[in-house]
Ligand binder design. Structure first.
Ligand code: COA
Length: 321
C-alpha cells in the first residue's frame, strides 16, 4: 500500500539562495506553516510580534536557502554558524506542498553548508511529539537526545552593574568579541557566537550584557528585546548566554540572570524568556529555583549522537530555535 506521501505525484523542486525580495513571502510561509501545524485558528497571524526571517537573513544572507516550485517560493531554511557548532531553523514549507520531499531538498544543502563551515557537531530543536519531525531529521543523521525547555518568568524590577555592548565603541567592542570567543571556546572548543552579538547590535534587536571579573569576562548574555525580534511583545529573550566554567560558575549564572532581568526592567519589558537543554541540569535547576516556569518544550537532536556542549556542568542558555 502506498503511504500518503508516495501517493502524491512527484514535483519539481529547485533549491537556491534566499534573496532579499523573497523575505516577505518567506515570512508568510513561516507563519502559515507553523500556524497550521499548531492548529491556530488564523495561521497567517502566527507569532506576528516575533521576527526570525528578516533578522536571520540580514545576519547571514549566505546561510539562507529557498525552495522553489513552479517559480514560486515553496519553503525556506536558515543555517546558523557558531564556529565549531551549527544548527538550522526555522525550516518551513507551504502546507499545501507538505510530504512532497521539499524539506529534504532543503536539508541536503544545509548539511553541505555545515560541511563547508567545518562544524564538528550540529543540532536542531523540534517537536518531540511529532514522529514526522523526528523521522525526517533522523534521515540526515540527527539523533534525539534531551528535551530543551523554553522557560519564562515575570520580570521583577532590578538594577545591575553589568556592562553593555551597546555602550562600547571601536576597540572596546573588538576586545569584548574576543573575550566572548575565548569564553565559549573554554566550554566547547571552537564555539563562537559573536555573530549573534553583532546581529543584535547592527539590527538594533536588543543588547548584550557583560559581567567582568577584572580583566576576565566571567559571563555574557545576548538578549533580544520586544516586538520585531525573536523575543516578541513585552519580552526579553535570552538568545545565548554563557558563564565561564569553574568553581564560581553556579553563582555567576545567578548574577547573569539578574543582569538579563535588569535589562528587561530598563527596556520596560514584563517577561524574561530563555531556553535551556535539560542535560544542563545545574542551570535548569537554578532557573526553577528562581521562579522560571516551562512555557513549552521540544527535543534537541544532535548530529552525531553526542552531547556537544549539553552537559550537566555547563551554564549556557540557548535553544537552537
Ligand atoms: C516539518 C516540515 C518542514 C516538513 O516538510 P515536508 O516537505 O512536508 O517534509 P518532507 O516531505 O521532505 O519529508 C517528510 C518525511 O517525514 C518523515 N516522516 C513522516 N511521517 C513519519 C513517521 N510517522 N515516522 C517517521 N518518519 C516520518 C519521513 O522521513 C518523510 O519522508 P519520506 O516520505 O521520504 O519517507 C513541514 O511539515 C512544515 O513546514 N511544518 C511546519 C513548520 C515546522 O514544523 N517546521 C520544522 C520545525 S523543527
Amino acid at each position: 500500500m502506498l503511504t500518503p506521501a508516495q501517493a502524491k505525484e512527484a514535483i519539481n523542486v529547485s533549491i537556491r539562495s534566499l534573496q532579499e525580495n523573497d523575505l516577505a513571502e518567506a515570512r508568510r510561509v513561516f507563519r502559515v506553516a507553523f500556524g497550521t501545524f499548531m492548529g491556530v485558528p488564523d495561521p497567517e497571524t502566527f507569532s506576528a510580534d516575533q521576527e526570525y526571517i528578516f533578522t536571520r537573513w540580514h545576519a547571514d544572507p549566505g546561510a539562507a536557502l529557498a525552495a522553489e516550485v513552479d517559480g514560486k517560493l515553496a519553503g525556506s531554511n536558515f543555517a546558523t554558524n557558531w564556529g565549531s557548532f551549527g544548527f538550522f531553523g526555522p525550516l518551513t514549507v507551504r502546507p499545501e506542498l507538505w510530504d512532497r520531499h521539499i524539506a529534504q531538498a532543503l536539508l541536503a544543502p544545509t548539511i553541505d553548508l555545515f560541511d563547508q563551515w567545518g562544524v564538528r557537531e550540529a543540532g536542531l530543536f523540534t517537536f518531540s511529539h511529532s514522529p514526522k519531525h523526528v523521522g525526517l531529521y533522523q534521515k540526515f543523521g540527527f539523533w534525539p537526545r534531551f528535551l530543551t525547555v523554553i522557560m519564562s518568568k515575570r520580570v521583577v524590577a532590578r538594577e545591575s552593574s553589568a556592562a553593555k555592548y551597546s555602550a562600547l565603541a571601536g576597540a572596546g567592542r573588538t576586545e569584548v568579541l574576543s573575550a566572548c570567543r575565548q569564553l565559549t571556546d573554554s566550554i566547547y572548543e571552537g564555539l563562537e557566537v559573536t555573530s549573534e552579538i553583532r546581529a543584535v547590535s547592527n539590527q538594533n534587536l536588543g543588547d548584550s550584557v557583560l559581567l567582568w571579573g577584572g580583566d576576565l569576562l566571567d559571563a555574557f548574555a545576548v538578549c533580544h528585546c520586544g516586538e520585531g525580534t525573536e523575543a516578541g511583545r513585552d519580552t526579553c529573550y535570552v538568545k545565548f548566554a554563557a558563564v565561564r566554567p569553574g568553581p564560581g560558575a553556579e553563582k555567576m549564572f545567578g548574577h547573569l540572570l539578574d543582569a538579563c532581568e535588569a535589562l528587561a526592567t530598563e527596556r520596560g519589558l514584563g517577561c524574561l524568556e530563555a531556553g535551556v537543554n535539560l542535560s544542563r541540569s545545574q542551570a535548569y535547576r537554578q532557573m526553577l529555583q528562581r521562579g522560571f516556569r516551562i512555557d513549552f518544550q521540544g527535543v534537541a537532536m544532535h548530529r552525531p549522537d553526542s552531547p556537544a556542549y549539553n552537559r550537566p556542568d555547563v551554564f549556557v542558555l540557548d535553544d537552537w530555535r
